[in-house]
Design a binder for this molecule. Structure first.
Ligand SMILES: [Zn+2]
Length: 402
């Protein structure tokens, strides 16, 4: 050790080997946090004092310009009444600041004229902390979200507080689907919500277009068109309000007429066929060959539309001949739209797989063991997908668009 070194550096350096840099990082961070807190408080105080100077004149020579309105009597005459301490929650812990108070000379009411403009009249939580909480909440259950928020930042919001925040944001955000959609995809899944043990349906509709190539693979640009929990009426209302050219769907709902051209998802056709074969009592070992047969007809590039239709009808006859009525009915119902992708070369999504990817994301967050309220899960999923598709706007972005 050089002479004089021990006086300059803190004692910690000579005693705790290995954690020195970490300790210094923490120490300097704490100092900077103290500075942050002071700056925050003094900036807020000075800006309010400057505003009061303009509105009420200098302290030593008041002249009221009538720029402040009393919330009780509407009076325009006020005098200063000092400051009141307030606390806001931020991602760096609780930050104190002061709010200036004025008193109405008419009715005597004391109020804080800048609380609304500063955004602290109703809320004691900074939006920056709320946005961090939301980013966690769309990935994790509310309790771990609250715990991680506290661990990774100094922010302290309860799991119930985060749930209410999701509800509030979902109410503020309307899904704004574009009026003209080239390719739309519709899929549904079950979530554990409501009173029925089977749960409830979530209906998801997205718009999808091919984006630029990235690492040799085409990227997909997705936009949220619709999300609702419960029956299909809201979904159909949304689809009616927009113009969709090509709509691929899983066949759970009859969506004929809800787009210029509808297309049953090819993948779902085979998947559902296996289910119907099971209902028709066919043993498991024999179900696969029918599915393969159907997929050959649906996916083969060699068939013309005419050939494919003939092969499809033959398969229907074969199923009927074997007494597999439900399965045959499944193919008959899809007949009208199953080969639309062959007739319309511009229809480039004949399966719902881009939305399937989103369904996995949905299930990952929704299946957390708990039973949801229908609105509770709908709110959360809405924020989840608005964020995934970059349609979510923070408070600051909404106030200053562009
Ligand atoms: Zn008043």
């Amino acid at each position: 050790m050089l002479s004089g070194e021990s006086c300059v550096l803190p004692g910690i350096l000579s005693t705790q080997n290995g954690i020195i840099v970490n300790e210094i990082f923490k120490l300097t961070g704490d100092l900077s946090d103290i500075h942050h807190r002071r700056l925050f408080g003094s900036w807020l105080k000075r800006s309010q004092e400057a505003a009061l100077y303009i509105l009420l004149g200098p302290r030593w020579k008041p002249r009221d310009l009538g720029g402040i309105t009393c919330p009780r009597c509407g009076g325009k005459s006020h005098k200063r009444r000092g400051f009141r301490t307030r606390i806001v929650k931020s991602s760096k812990g609780k930050f104190p600041f002061v709010l200036s108070q004025v008193q109405c000379t008419g009715c005597g009411r004391t109020h804080r004229p800048f609380a609304m403009a500063l955004g602290v009249a109703l809320r004691r939580v900074l939006p920056e902390l709320e946005e961090k909480a939301l980013s966690l909440a769309v990935k994790l259950p509310y309790s771990p979200s609250a715990e991680l928020l506290k661990e990774l930042s100094g922010g302290n919001l309860s799991h119930e507080g985060i749930r209410k925040l999701v509800h509030r944001r979902a109410k503020e955000h309307k899904i704004k689907p574009p009026t003209d959609v080239n390719h739309g995809l519709v899929d549904s899944t079950k979530v554990k919500a409501g009173d029925k043990s089977r749960g409830m349906d979530v209906h998801l509709a997205i718009a999808v277009e091919r984006g630029s190539e990235k690492h040799g693979r085409a990227t997909l640009k997705k936009k949220l068109l619709h999300l609702s929990v419960g029956d299909a009426v809201p979904l159909k209302t949304t689809l009616r309000s927009i113009q969709v050219k090509y709509l691929a769907h899983d066949g759970e709902l009859d969506l004929k007429g809800y787009a210029q051209v509808t297309q049953r998802c090819l993948w779902h056709m085979g998947h559902q066929l296996k289910h119907y074969l099971w209902r028709d009592g066919l043993p498991l070992t024999e179900r696969g060959s029918f599915k393969d047969k159907l997929y050959r007809i649906l996916f083969s590039q060699d068939y013309t539309v005419k050939d494919a239709k003939i092969a499809y009808d033959k398969l229907i006859n074969e199923l009927q001949g074997l007494g597999l009525k439900t399965s045959a009915g499944h193919l008959v119902r899809a007949k009208g739209e199953i080969f639309n992708y062959k007739k319309n070369p511009a229809l480039c999504f004949a399966t719902t797989s881009p939305v399937e990817r989103e369904m996995r994301e949905l299930n990952r967050r929704a299946n957390v063991g708990a039973r949801w309220s229908p609105k509770g899960i709908e709110n959360l999923l809405k924020i989840l997908f608005l964020k995934r598709f970059k349609q979510y706007q923070t408070l600051a972005e909404r106030m200053h668009p562009g």
